[in-house]
Design a protein around this ligand. Structure first.
Ligand code: NAP
Length: 212
C-alpha cells in the first residue's frame, strides 16, 4: 500500500481521549493545535468515525490561524448506516467530503461524495484502494477510539502520533486511544517502534511507527 496512514490523537496523562460521557474535553495546548493543523495541511485526507461526528461535530478543516494558505484536505467519515446529520460541519461545503457507507445504505448527502464500501462496517483495505485510485497518498486518522483500533488491528496504519496532555480524566468508562474489541491474545497485540519523544508546551508528543 503506498498511501501513508498516520493516526493522531490527544490523550490525558491517564490515557483517556474524552470524558466518561464521551464528550470532548480540552486535552491539547496551543502548540499542539498548531502542530495538528500543520499536519492536516500536509495530508491529502482526514478521516474520522461517525461516532466522533455525532459527539464532537468536528470541522476537520485547516485553520488559517495556523497555516497561511490552507489546502483543505478531503474529509472522510466512516458511516456505514448513513447517520451523518444534515447540519454536521463535515457537510458544510467548506472542504471536499466523502461519506463512506456500506453497500446497502441508500442515503445520498448534500455537499459530499458517497463511497459504498463493505457489507456491514467499512472494508478498510478496499477503502484504501479506492482512495489510492482517487490520488489520495496520505490519510490522517483523527479518531475516535474504535476507528483507531481498526486501523491498528488491520496493520493499515503506518504511524501513531500521541499528544499527552497534562490533565487526568479518570474513570473506567472514558474512551482510550484504541477501543473497539481490542486484542484477545498476545499475538493480536499491535507492536509499535518508538521514533521520537519531545515536550510540546506543557505536554509531550510521542511518535511511533507501527511494526508490520
Ligand atoms: N482526543 C482525541 O484526539 C479524540 C479525537 C477524536 C475523537 N475522540 C473521541 O472519541 C470518541 C468517539 O470514538 P468512538 O470509538 O465512540 O467512535 P468512532 O471511532 O468515532 O466511530 C466508530 C464508528 O465508525 C463506524 N465504522 C464504520 N466502519 C468502521 C470500521 N471499519 N472500523 C471502525 N469503525 C467503523 C461504526 O459505526 P457504524 O457501524 O454506524 O458505521 C463505528 O461504530 C468520542 O468520545 C470523541 O470525543 C477523541
Amino acid at each position: 500500500m503506498t498511501t501513508r496512514v498516520i493516526i493522531n490523537c490527544a490523550m490525558s496523562a491517564d490515557g483517556k481521549i474524552a470524558l466518561r460521557t464521551r464528550k470532548q474535553t480540552k486535552i491539547s495546548n496551543e502548540a499542539d493545535r498548531k502542530r495538528v493543523h500543520q499536519l492536516r495541511n500536509k495530508c491529502d485526507a482526514i478521516l474520522v468515525g461517525i461516532e466522533t461526528v455525532l459527539t464532537d461535530d468536528p470541522k476537520l478543516t485547516v485553520n488559517s490561524k495556523y497555516v497561511k494558505k490552507p489546502r483543505q484536505p478531503v474529509r472522510i467519515v466512516l458511516d456505514s448506516k448513513g447517520r451523518t446529520p444534515k447540519d454536521a460541519f463535515v457537510l458544510d461545503g467548506a472542504a471536499r467530503t466523502i461519506i463512506v457507507t456500506n453497500e446497502s445504505c441508500k442515503r445520498v448527502f448534500a455537499n459530499a461524495e458517497t463511497i459504498r464500501c463493505g457489507k456491514r462496517k467499512t472494508d478498510l483495505r478496499k477503502l484504501m484502494e479506492l482512495l489510492e485510485g482517487r490520488g489520495i497518498r496520505s490519510v490522517l486518522i483523527e479518531g475516535g477510539s474504535e476507528v483507531i483500533w481498526s486501523f491498528l488491528e488491520s496493520r493499515i496504519a503506518d504511524e501513531v502520533r500521541i499528544f499527552v496532555g497534562s490533565i487526568v480524566i479518570g474513570g473506567e468508562r472514558a474512551p482510550t486511544p484504541a477501543g473497539g474489541e481490542g486484542a484477545a491474545n498476545e499475538r493480536s497485540v499491535v507492536a509499535l517502534r518508538l521514533k521520537s519523544l519531545r515536550a510540546l508546551g506543557n505536554g509531550i508528543l510521542i511518535r511511533y511507527e507501527v511494526v508490520k
